[in-house]
Design a protein around this ligand. Structure first.
Ligand code: NDP
Ligand code: HSE
Length: 440
């Protein structure tokens, strides 16, 4: 049978990883796909730049449109990243009747509804396994492997760069900026690393996971997004002393006909498997009503782990090239006319436990004032820890763990605590989730 010609847009970390994996495992991949997958063309901004992969036999071009308009090419692999020109290129590829494979979570999370609608009209596939958790086949797991379940919640470590930074801060007491540079050198970080450390990249991925888990459209704009850039080493260490690990978690959960969609630093009990996911590794915990909690773990970034997912998508697309479009797996797991437009809960309406760090003057009655305010807002205290004062400071750090409470009530309590004369500076607050199967 004739090989399937593909064209790759972008020969960076993932593009080159894909070239290498297809070259090394080509025969094995052809045995799986039923046809050889041949990279006919690839594009980059600088085609003379030395690359860590061999491009022998691939025609390199500067203009990605040349690939999209090439009638010999059946599948376009978008590995440029970002919103534009990726969106325009993917839409044009679809308009030319090409199937698309992409690793671009920003593109899918923000423009996915438009892209899938166009792909549906043209009867082509848009596959995006590499967009979430790099090499971990979480899209396939949720979309196909768990298709018999009503998925209740998902909690994931889905940004390798942030996890790498938090791990190094904990293990080596390393400085935030130094670790970020190392993540960039290793090829984990996004072109704009603020997407990694401010939670945007995780929110892109969470948006995609929530859509395929609950059968809702992609709703990136409604996600609550908070990154790790304000996390201090002090909080990482106090959390550790209390038996918790600090992780940037993406949480999607069904609650009373609505959906929580939130990314923020989260304390989780250290005995949970997911609390022990370190470095750039990713892990996604999925709770289905039938299967219970399931954990998917692996490399969330890097050239070949991500290429592993890109190539798996290529195999899937090649296998179903001749299948009637109506008989393919729907892009968002649920049939397009069966998506439910569930509302996303504002962050004030979510309920969670909290870690609070405040700095109090060391005098009688201060803690009583604080606990009275918490009681007024119906907030139960789980634990209190008073630390020794830092040298040269007249305040003592006080750590409070609370039981579950509405964020709105916690906001009101924090505003009142910060007004007390005996409390200096602002109150640091980190959400805490126990991640037990019943979510309480
Ligand atoms: P890189 O920045 O390493 O590579 C981007 C490639 O696209 C380069 O070859 C670059 O050309 C080319 N390019 C950049 N801008 C343009 C443009 N305006 N027009 C045409 N070509 C352009 O990115 P990555 O490989 O890291 O990421 C690619 C995609 O994969 C992104 O969507 C990313 O989010 C996603 N991803 C990345 C992971 C990772 O570990 N890196 C993991 C999972 C997903 P040139 O080389 O000449 O500069
Ligand atoms: N920048 C991303 C991360 C790459 O750090 O997880 C993988 O999507």
């Amino acid at each position: 049978m004739k090989p399937v010609n593909i064209g790759i847009l972008g020969l960076g970390t993932v593009g080159c990883g894909t070239v290498s994996v297809l070259a090394r495992n080509g025969q094995e991949i052809a045995r799986r796909a039923g046809r050889e997958i041949k990279i006919a063309q690839a594009s980059a901004r600088d085609i003379k730049k030395p690359r860590p992969c061999s491009t022998a036999g691939i025609q390199l071009v500067l203009d990605p449109h040349e690939i999209i308009r090439n009638p010999e090419i059946e599948i376009v692999v978008e590995l440029i990243g970002g919103y534009e020109p990726a969106r325009e290129l993917v839409l044009e590829a679809i308009a030319h009747g090409k199937h698309v494979v992409t690793a671009n979570k920003a593109l899918i999370a923000v423009h996915g509804n438009e892209i899938f609608a166009q792909a549906q009209k043209k009867g082509v596939m848009v596959a995006f396994e590499a967009a979430v958790a790099g090499g971990v086949p979480i899209i396939k797991m949720v979309r196909e492997g768990l298709a018999g379940n009503r998925i209740e919640w998902i909690a994931g470590i889905i940004n390798g760069t942030s996890n790498f930074i938090l791990t190094e801060m904990r293990d080596k007491g390393a400085d935030f900026n130094d670790v970020l540079k190392e993540a960039q050198r290793l090829g984990y970080a996004e072109a704009d690393p603020t997407f990694d450390v401010e939670g945007v990249d995780a929110a892109h991925k969470l948006t995609i996971l929530a859509a395929i888990a609950f059968g809702i459209p992609l709703k990136f704009k409604q996600a609550y997004v908070e990154g790790i850039s304000k996390i201090t080493r002090m909080d990482v260490q106090y959390a550790e002393k209390l038996g918790y690990r600090l992780k940037l978690l993406g949480i999607a959960r069904r609650v009373n006909g609505a959906v929580e969609l939130r990314v923020h630093p989260t304390l989780i009990p250290e005995r949970r498997l997911i609390a022990n996911v370190n470095g750039a590794m990713n892990a996604v915990l999925v709770k289905g009503d039938a299967v219970g909690p399931t954990l998917f773990y692996g490399a969330g970034a890097g050239a070949e782990p991500t290429a592993s997912a890109v190539v798996a998508d290529l195999v899937d697309v090649v296998r179903t090239l001749t299948v009637d479009p109506h008989h393919r797996v729907p892009h968002l797991a649920f049939q397009p006319d069966a998506l439910a437009d569930l509302p996303i809960l504002p962050i004030e309406d979510i309920e969670t436990s909290y870690y609070l760090r405040l700095h109090a003057l060391d005098r009688p009655g201060v803690l009583a004032d604080v606990t009275r305010i918490l009681a007024d807002q119906k907030i139960s205290i789980e634990a209190i820890l008073q630390k020794e004062p830092h040298v040269g400071e007249d305040t003592v750090p006080v750590i409070i763990l609370t039981q579950r409470v509405l964020e709105r009530n916690m906001n009101a309590a924090i505003a009142r605590i910060e007004k007390l004369d005996s409390i200096k500076g602002s109150v640091a607050r980190i959400r805490l989730e126990h991640l037990n199967s019943s979510w309480n």
